[in-house]
Design a protein. Structure first.
Length: 205
């Protein structure tokens, strides 16, 4: 006997004799995904407009302040050109002071002038002449437009190693190797000297 269309023997509304009920005829249950297997083939919504796989996966290579980092090769070229410019000026100064025949004095001129050259240009301009020509600039930590005097002095302190008598040149070579290796191994191309300076950056453009 039923009351108001309710069948106590079939509360789920299934077929008679089935206490739990059955889905209506023609109903297709959703596909299951047991064990983490990939979903079955079908029509899925397209990716968002302007989605770029390379950009998405390459975001980790961007510098903290944005911008594309300068690679080891172009930075080495800029350093070499700047070094030649400093060497010429150091030699001329040594001639003026009559010390061109004294290797130690010439080395002192060269090492000290290199340090002053890089710090002065980075702090006031955010680049050195060679970096400017090659499209590079030096930023402070976090993408600041320029490094501070302290930050630039720290990142260029290794250029003073050549002033040390006898072993200075050898120490400078070791420092250059360490910096080159750390730049090459960094996703953001920040060398050990950049790290010590708080995260200075050399950026393209």
């Amino acid at each position: 006997m039923t009351t108001g269309g309710f069948d106590p023997n079939n509360p789920a509304g299934g077929q008679p004799g089935d206490p739990y009920g059955q889905p209506p005829q023609g109903y297709n249950p959703p596909p299951q995904n047991p064990g983490g297997n990939p979903p079955p083939p079908g029509n899925y919504p397209p990716p968002p407009p302007n989605f770029d796989d390379q950009a998405a996966y390459g975001a980790s290579n961007r510098l903290p302040g944005g911008g594309e980092p300068g690679g080891l090769g172009i930075r080495f070229g800029a350093r070499l050109i700047d070094g030649l410019l400093v060497g010429i000026v150091a030699f001329l100064l040594a001639l003026v002071f009559g010390a061109s025949d004294n290797f130690l004095v010439t080395g002192l001129f060269s090492g000290l002038l290199t340090f002053i050259y890089f710090v002065a240009f980075e702090v006031t301009q955010g680049w050195t002449p060679a970096k400017k020509v090659l499209g590079l600039s030096v930023h402070g930590p976090g993408g600041a437009e320029k490094p501070t005097l302290q930050q630039s002095a720290i990142r260029n302190a290794f250029t003073l190693l050549s002033i040390i008598p006898i072993i200075g040149g050898f120490l400078a070579i070791i420092a250059y190797i360490i910096i080159a290796v750390t730049i090459n191994g960094s996703a953001t191309k920040q060398g050990k000297h950049d790290e010590l300076a708080g995260g200075t950056q050399v950026v393209k453009g």
